[in-house]
Write a protein that binds this ligand. Structure first.
Ligand SMILES: [Ca+2]
Length: 409
């Protein structure tokens, strides 16, 4: 390791939010106080990645709130006419006009179970939405004893989803209200990626085994990134098709809970962020068929303190591009592709729930991390998207739940 070291401030346990669905707890200092302390951060990617703390402040930006009075929003998607589809975790889908503030509730949704971190989650348009009107949703179904995230779609006609159907159901039912995954990302070949979490923290179990330990099992959809066609079926060129005992929908494995997915349209690289438990949140460069390590290799610790594993890296498993301790609890991920903030072009932007920030990961054209900064949003950040206007759009939770865009200062 060499050079480029900075002294930066830790965020504190006070940042853990009050919504009761926090999947990632901030570490307190050793004496139990929440007073800020300093740590060294290294951004140099020699040898093994190290877990780093809160990056230095990004300069030259400000938040412009556009849509206010949202209660626990989860996902957002721009429509071709400039309006937005916005999901509420509690189960409603709104069409909102950012210009006038007009909001209309969309009807025709499938049954949604709002439980803990689960409910109505991501929303995404079919790449040929202008022709076919298909809206894709991820949502929780089931009950406290057994539930999962499913993929559904319906055709948006006026303010109603017609012919709504669940088109993919995973092969597990896990208990409790944690770790639903649920981000959607379309790929240029017309298939989509959908994330699924590890089912929850111990002692959450299925058939006498912690749900976490199904993540490395190829016959389980827990803790996987799936690749599905537009009808919710596994494409024949998925990496584990034909492998005995492996689910054909699996694209990558070894994930705890992916809450952000983005693809760089220039390089074609796919990125995901995911939650660790106590420390060890990650950004990963996603490549077909690879194993991202959870829970065998991680910087994360149990919430009670002990190590989950001695290994932060293992042969045959992919190291994260970035690891963060303490946790920002990442949610929402975007590549900046606009012209309004020229320095940001091609960089990754990762929202943070516990971190209450948006972190910029400065990437070079080869995908190497050059540095990081953060924008303190002072509210839990649930989603980050590129807007058609060339600005970065951010969805914030909390009492003042809103959607804002980031504009030059
Ligand atoms: Ca990992």
């Amino acid at each position: 390791m060499s050079g480029n070291r900075k002294i930066i401030g830790f965020m504190t346990a006070a940042f853990v939010a009050a919504l009761g669905t926090v999947a990632c707890v901030q570490a307190t200092s050793e004496n139990g106080s929440s007073a800020p302390k300093v740590v060294e951060e290294s951004l140099v990617q020699d040898a093994k990645v190290q877990a780093t703390g809160v990056p230095v402040d990004e300069k030259g930006w400000k938040e412009e709130p556009v849509i206010r009075d949202l209660r626990n929003p989860w996902g957002m998607q721009f429509l071709p006419d400039g309006k937005m589809l916005v999901t509420m975790l509690s189960g409603s889908l709104l069409k909102i006009d950012p210009k006038t503030g007009e909001r209309i509730e969309i009807t025709g949704l499938p049954e949604v179970t709002a439980i803990g971190q689960g409910g109505l989650m991501d929303v995404s348009l079919h790449p040929k939405f202008a022709e076919n009107g298909w809206v894709y949703l991820t949502l929780a179904q089931g009950n406290g004893q057994g539930n999962h995230s499913v993929l559904a779609r319906g055709k948006l006609v006026g303010n109603n989803l017609e012919g709504t159907q669940v088109i993919f159901t995973p092969n597990f039912k896990k208990p409790g209200g944690q770790h639903f995954g649920s981000r959607i990302l379309w790929l240029p070949d017309g298939t989509l990626l959908m994330s699924l979490g590890d089912g929850g923290n111990p002692p959450n179990s299925m058939n006498g085994k912690f749900t976490r330990y199904y993540v490395q099992d190829m016959d389980s959809d827990l803790g996987k990134l799936l690749r599905l066609d537009e009808n919710g079926k596994p494409p024949k060129d998925n990496p584990f098709v034909g492998q005995a005992g492996a689910m054909p929908e699996i694209f990558t494995l070894g994930h705890r809970n992916i809450q952000g997915l983005a693809r760089d349209p220039i390089s074609g690289r796919i990125y995901a962020n995911e939650h660790g438990a106590n420390g060890g949140d990650e950004i990963n460069h996603i490549e077909k068929g690879k194993n991202y390590g959870w829970p065998k290799a991680t910087f994360s610790r149990e919430y009670s303190g002990p190590k989950i594993t001695d290994d932060t890296s293992l042969p045959g498993m992919v190291d994260p591009l970035v690891a963060w301790t303490p946790c920002p609890a990442p949610s929402g991920l975007a590549i900046y592709t606009g012209d309004k903030m020229p320095n940001w072009k091609g960089d990754l932007f990762s929202g943070g729930l516990a971190g209450r920030d948006v972190r910029r990961i400065d990437l070079d054209k080869n995908g190497k991390v050059l540095g990081m900064t953060h924008m303190d949003m002072k509210e839990r950040v649930r989603d980050v998207r590129m807007g058609p206007d060339g600005y970065l759009w951010v969805m914030l939770e909390g009492a003042n739940g809103r959607i804002s865009r980031i504009i030059p200062e």
